[in-house]
Write a protein that binds this ligand. Structure first.
Ligand SMILES: Nc1nc2c(ncn2[C@@H]2O[C@H](COP(=O)(O)OP(=O)(O)OP(=O)(O)O)[C@@H](O)[C@H]2O)c(=O)[nH]1
Ligand SMILES: [Mg+2]
Length: 305
């Protein structure tokens, strides 16, 4: 199955909820009138599109209705697709996969369980497919199992692994990893981090420290900081992103587990608020379940029947 097919499948629950809602809006309605906006509001909120983004979409609808531009269901759906596509566009986003740095140093952050380690495995696999030499850094030393989990992925996709003992200083692991990458001529270093420490402040301070320590080896590294958000968290994903934006900050977003949720609409408010590129979305647990994000495709599939 190609990327589009996988994305379509991954978005089934979200698009299903939307089309069910739209079905209700059109039930017994002969023409598009002002009342449509009110009913549409509920449908969009249910898909986790959020209040602000929903209002922006409704304004467009009300405006088009008053100018008699929406004749039927198809024209309404096309207007929705166009608006959402426009809202999802991030101008000039440099693709992670085409970053010129060597080694490209990428720090992966996010709260526990969102899919950081799995996403590193999948990303590593995509870089490997480009013929690149990949190094995984097991800097989540909080749990012993985390190191093993990354080790399994490294073996599976043919990446190197730099690890210390459980409980070691994550910054030391990151430092050694970047040094090793320079020495061995790696193209990409993907650094796994813990999602939970004793307190949230500890976690943020640790990530800041990791960034400083990495910059001692390569001054402009980490080149990218990827925040992983779990799509099943809906609006909570937004509050997580706000916390991480304060410190340590992030340059890219990846939304995982779209396959397990009807709340995929949350991507819209996330892009609206943070204006950073969503490089990929996760649609399953396997190696090839990471799909490059494309605003046009996403908008199309979101409102597909
Ligand atoms: N269905 C689905 N499951 C996913 C996806 N991404 C990750 N998972 C699953 O989510 C669970 C947690 O993934 P991990 O990669 O271990 O998450 P993590 O952020 O590294 O977790 P911690 O190390 O505990 O902070 C695993 O069971 C993964 O297989 C996805 O896109 N879809
Ligand atoms: Mg992990």
């Amino acid at each position: 199955m190609g990327f589009v097919g996988k994305l379509k499948k991954g978005l089934t629950r979200t698009s299903g909820r939307l089309s069910e809602g739209l079905g209700r809006v059109f039930l017994g309605r002969k023409e598009i009138d002002e009342g449509v906006a009110e009913e549409l509001e509920e449908v969009l909120i249910e898909a986790d599109i959020g209040v602000c983004a929903t209002n922006e979409i409704l304004e467009m609808i009300v405006d088009k209705v008053s100018r008699k531009e929406l004749q039927d269901r198809d024209s309404l759906i096309n207007a929705l697709k166009e608006k959402v596509r426009e809202m999802l566009m991030i101008p000039d986003s440099a693709s992670l996969m085409e970053s010129p740095e060597k080694p490209l140093v990428v720090l992966i952050i996010g709260v526990n369980g969102v899919g950081k380690t799995t996403t590193i495995g999948k990303l590593g696999s995509l870089f490997r497919a480009q013929g690149k030499k990949v190094l995984f850094s097991a800097a989540d030393t909080f749990r012993a199992a985390a190191i093993d989990q990354l080790g399994i992925w490294a073996e599976r996709i043919g990446a190197e692994l730099v690890q210390h003992k459980p409980g070691a200083d994550p910054s030391a692991v990151a430092f050694d990893s970047v040094q090793a990458a320079l020495k061995r001529g790696s193209d990409v270093v993907l650094i796994d981090t813990a999602g939970r420490l004793h307190t949230k402040d500890n976690l943020m301070a640790q990530l800041e420290k990791m960034k400083r320590v990495i910059a001692k080896v390569i001054p402009d590294a980490p080149h990218r900081v990827l925040l992983i958000l779990d799509g099943t968290n809906g609006q909570n994903a937004l509050s997580q992103a706000r916390e991480f934006m304060k410190s340590p900050g992030f340059t890219d977003l990846i939304i995982t587990k779209l396959d397990g949720t009807a709340r995929g609409g949350v991507i819209i408010p996330i892009i609206q608020e943070f204006h950073v590129p969503i490089g990929f979305v996760g649609v399953g647990e396997q190696e090839d379940d990471l799909i490059p994000f494309d605003a046009e495709e996403f908008a199309e599939l979101l409102f597909a029947d």
